[in-house]
Design a protein around this ligand. Structure first.
Ligand SMILES: [Zn+2]
Length: 510
């Protein structure tokens, strides 16, 4: 049985999903969960993109102990210096530097000859080796690169000291057989290739990211790159939970395994979905809400008699458990704290006090409080930006034959209380118009989504909004038993991020 190492890029490639914009605290929360899941490497970001990105990679590097922390870096010396600045405190660090190798990228993007590409790649790896023992080199758009040239580049960077060689299918163009052949060619033609790790990185533009990844594993790669829930640029990356479950379920065929704690998958998937606002479709493999639901009578009958007739993965295998009732009105602070620890949170005293107050408040409005409720409650407050505006009060007048009118009262950072009212096309619209007035911000509402956290009429409602101002986009979440209050909170949270980031907007490359 071979062990395949998992390189998670949810925080870098995944965060490049359109509309996703995580705060440092949200990134740290995801990184700590990825560590719990047992991924070998966490690509925490792209340190040279902005001071904020560097800071957030550094924070993750300080806190995560059991996974190697990686920063992406272009093949530029200054980028590599920044990556080192971000990673120097890590228990285990890796530099991931890349340069495009395909004819299209050489000609139109880089304007470089083959010789210049090799020269720059080697210089980057050599510079990286001054700081890092572990250097990964990626041939961007590798799957569309002429194989003889790919062999040449890989030979040069292996000779320069690269320890991991990644061949990304950057544009999601390759097919399983074709992709496998690239790795076979490298294994047969690069001197010393047996001493480096070969890695695959697939995109899902043709829906083949996971199939291509599995083909690469069969061809001999020992590292798989991907994201949780398959989020990422355009159609996304290979979904790591699908790759892991394919290996686990079809051990007989692949003869390979991972070190992932599979029962952490459900929690990781939910956390990423909640914090990114990228919901998992019901029919998504492994982590979709319907992945284990049997609808047809014949199937239900079969599963009741013998579960394996129609079920190849037990839901418990990936950490789905029935929605246990855990806490209620009578639960004390101690029980609440224990529950948070069990759920994987490490809160400061202040955060704990705040979460407990909101938990007590929730108990007044909702009879049974489940794990999911608590997670939503705590995560909704995970913010690391100063709250420029806090919601004090929202009031609404609605009738099916009248124009909805909302009044909103907020408190500013310096304690000032502001109040405004507005009419709108609907209840949410009127609340948002009132908030726009009271905060004097001009924003565009790009997206609005609402979900219920659990089942039942008293379930918590969770609202996600995405706002833009110029070309800067932020998202916000709000949770409440009342969806209008949740809507107001989500909008204000996003606005607070806009206000906080206004001075720090730096263009993100790649
Ligand atoms: Zn990618």
């Amino acid at each position: 049985m071979r062990t395949i190492e998992i390189f998670d890029t949810t925080l870098r490639d995944g965060e490049q999903s359109p509309g996703v914009n995580l705060s440092s605290k949200e990134k740290l929360e995801i990184a700590l969960q990825l560590e719990r899941l047992g991924v070998n490497r966490i690509e925490a970001g792209f340190a040279a993109a902005s001071p904020g990105d560097l800071q957030s990679v550094r924070e993750i590097a300080k806190r995560v102990k059991n996974s190697t922390i990686v920063s992406l870096s272009r093949a530029r010396l200054l980028d590599i210096d920044k990556a080192w600045e971000a990673l120097r405190d890590a228990e285990s660090a890796c530099l991931h530097t890349f340069l495009a190798t395909s004819p299209i990228h050489r000609k139109y993007k880089l304007n470089m000859t083959k010789e210049q590409v090799i020269e720059n790649a080697v210089a980057a790896v050599k510079h990286g080796k001054k700081y890092f023992d572990m250097v990964e080199f990626s041939c961007e758009d590798g799957s569309r690169t002429e194989i003889p040239f790919l062999i040449e580049v890989v030979q040069a960077v292996v000779d320069a000291g690269a320890r991991i060689i990644n061949i990304p299918d950057t544009v999601g163009y390759t097919t399983p057989a074709e992709y496998a052949n690239i790795f076979t060619q490298l294994l047969n033609n690069v001197r010393g290739i047996e001493n480096v790790k070969l890695s695959c990185h697939c995109h899902d533009d043709l829906g083949m990211a996971v199939a291509n990844t599995l083909a690469a594993i069969q061809a001999g790669v020992t590292q798989v790159e991907g994201t949780i829930n398959g989020i990422g640029e355009r159609a996304g990356n290979a979904a790591l939970e699908e790759v892991a479950l394919a290996l686990d379920t079809r051990k007989d065929f692949y003869q390979a395994t991972t070190n992932l704690k599979l029962e952490e998958i459900a929690r990781t998937s939910k956390l990423v979905s909640r914090l990114t606002g990228m919901f998992v479709p019901g029919n998504k493999a492994v982590v979709g809400a319907n992945a284990f639901a049997h609808q047809s009578g014949i199937h239900q009958d079969g599963v009741l008699k013998e579960v394996t007739t129609y079920e190849i993965i037990r839901p418990e295998r990936v950490g789905f458990k029935s929605n246990r009732l855990v806490l209620g009105k009578l639960s004390g602070r101690h029980a609440f704290k224990d529950k948070l620890i069990e759920l994987g949170y490490q809160l400061s005293q202040e955060e704990l006090d705040d979460a407990f107050a909101r938990f007590k408040d929730l108990c007044d409005r909702k009879k049974d409080v489940s794990d999911e409720d608590i997670v939503a409650l705590v995560d909704a407050k995970l913010v690391d930006v100063p709250e420029a505006y806090t919601l004090e009060n929202v009031q609404l007048s609605y009738g099916n034959n009248s124009i909805p009118t909302a009044s909103v009262r907020v408190r500013t950072l310096n304690g000032e209380v502001l109040e405004e009212a507005a009419c709108g096309n609907g209840s949410v619209d009127s609340i948002y118009k009132a908030i726009d007035r009271v905060t004097n911000e001009e924003v565009v509402l790009e997206d609005y989504k609402i979900v219920s956290v659990t089942h039942g009429k008293d379930a918590l409602g969770e609202v996600y909004v995405r706002l833009s101002q110029g070309d800067y986009t932020v998202q916000g979440r709000g949770v409440s038993t009342d969806v209008l209050e949740a809507s107001a909170k989500a909008y204000l949270r996003a606005l607070n991020k806009l206000v906080a980031r206004r001075g720090d907007a730096v263009e993100v490359v790649m």
